[in-house]
Design a protein around this ligand. Structure first.
Ligand SMILES: *Cc1c(COP(=O)(O)O)cnc(C)c1O
Length: 397
């Protein structure tokens, strides 16, 4: 037989039933993420919330969405939140609500979800990329300043992997050039900068509730947050055909609404977010303590805020011969799941090659070759963290 596992166990049901449990007990598989464990831990609450929505007979933009918007705005510490269909749409609507569109440039980073750049284009504006810092992997304020032109209207710092960008420097430059600041908080629900939650610093902030995010729905979802009533109002109009009253479009808009099921379960999950973020920080702390930090470097937690470890991303030092791809294969052999967020900087992807030539954004390009995300989620056991760290120690020895 040529199948990889073909000769491990005879193809016989009796053997399968006899040996499978033993097989799974003997091999400790550590997946990159596991959303089933989280559901199991809050099943009663989630099921009650979804049943409540089914029974209500109301499914799009209703009392659950309004309640979630209020609760999430309070959690972040801003006046207004507007629920939309995704993080991408949150960014798209935020840009449009600021009056930014064709002919305008918006600066962001190349090491982000492609969503950030796609949203700028959806609004009709032109994305411009600047480089990032090697330590925090977030926007480099000097590189941002150097990318500003007479057409620049806004900057989108991305709080990547759960850590705030250096907001003082970025916002300082933005104010000097009268640019709007749009925080991309899709990976940083609950992260702080100087003791205050991110999402409360810019003119507007955008969150995603994609299932794997620190606060994730069971489908798509997003929100736009702001302290400006005028902006929140504009986003509310834009998310539903520009309607203030039903069937009367005041401005032209789109359809990007948060549904009641997602809002209801997000309300449940919001109650657990702080405890989950604490669990992420505890596991990240243990990794950082246990990793040998020779050629594979743990993420740097900047002194200005609390990291919420959406992802735990190590850097494999190329110059010292640590190959990221080899490390990923090494861990895979030991049944440890990893991922690369993101393998190709945006300007090196086929669709976006016009944004910058190769070599123009060297730190982001180097990071894309060196980074590897290790398993990290609130339900990951501390023993599993130790197992992964042991494998890294073996790799480093
Ligand atoms: C996930 C993500 C988005 C997009 O969110 P969606 O809800 O998937 O549309 C935007 N920016 C960043 C940094 C993200 O990680």
């Amino acid at each position: 037989m040529k199948g990889k596992q073909g000769n491990k166990y005879p193809r016989n049901t009796v053997y399968l039933f006899t040996y499978l449990p033993v097989y799974y007990l003997s091999v400790n598989v550590i997946p990159f993420f596991d959303l089933k464990k989280q559901y199991a831990s809050i099943k009663t609450e989630i099921d009650a919330a979804t049943q409540r929505v089914y029974a209500s007979g109301w499914f799009i933009l209703g009392p659950e969405t309004e309640a979630f918007e209020k609760e999430f705005a309070e959690y972040i510490g801003v006046q207004h939140a507007v629920g939309v269909n995704s993080g991408t749409d949150a960014l798209h609507l935020a840009i449009r609500a600021l009056g930014i569109g064709p002919g305008d440039q918006v600066i962001t980073v190349p090491n982000t979800a492609v969503a950030t750049v796609a949203a700028i284009e959806m609004a009709g504006a032109t994305p411009v990329l600047c480089d990032v810092r090697q330590d925090s992997m977030t926007m480099n304020a000097d590189s941002f300043a150097a990318a500003i032109t007479s057409k620049t209207r806004a900057v989108i710092p991305v709080h990547l992997f759960g850590q705030s960008a250096e907001l003082d420097a970025i916002i300082g430059i933005a104010r000097q050039y009268k640019l709007a600041v749009i925080e991309d908080c899709a990976q940083a629900h609950g992260a702080t900068y100087q003791g205050q939650r991110v999402g409360s610093f810019g003119d507007v902030a955008c969150f995603s509730f994609y299932p794997t995010k620190n606060l994730g729905a069971y489908g798509d979802g997003g929100a736009v947050l702001t302290n400006e009533a005028r902006l929140a109002d504009k986003v509310k109009l834009l998310r539903q055909y520009g309607w203030r009253a039903r069937y009367e479009s005041e401005i032209s808009g789109v359809n990007t609404r948060l549904d009641e099921l997602q809002a209801a379960l997000l309300r449940v999950k919001l109650q657990h977010l702080s405890e989950w973020n604490d669990a992420r920080r505890e596991r990240a702390g243990l990794y950082t303590e246990l990793l040998p930090n020779r050629r594979v470097h743990p993420p740097v937690e900047m002194p200005y805020g609390a990291h919420v470890y959406h992802l735990y991303v190590v850097q494999c030092d190329e110059a010292q011969g640590a190959s990221r791809d080899y490390l990923a294969a090494f861990l895979k052999e030991r049944e440890i799941g990893t991922a690369v967020q993101y393998p190709t900087p945006i300007h090196l992807q086929l669709a976006y090659q016009s944004l910058a030539p190769e070599g123009a954004l060297p730190v982001a390009e180097k990071l894309a070759r060196e980074i590897l995300s290790l398993p990290l989620y609130p339900e990951l056991s501390l023993d599993d963290v130790r197992t992964v760290a042991d494998a890294l120690r073996e790799f480093e020895s």
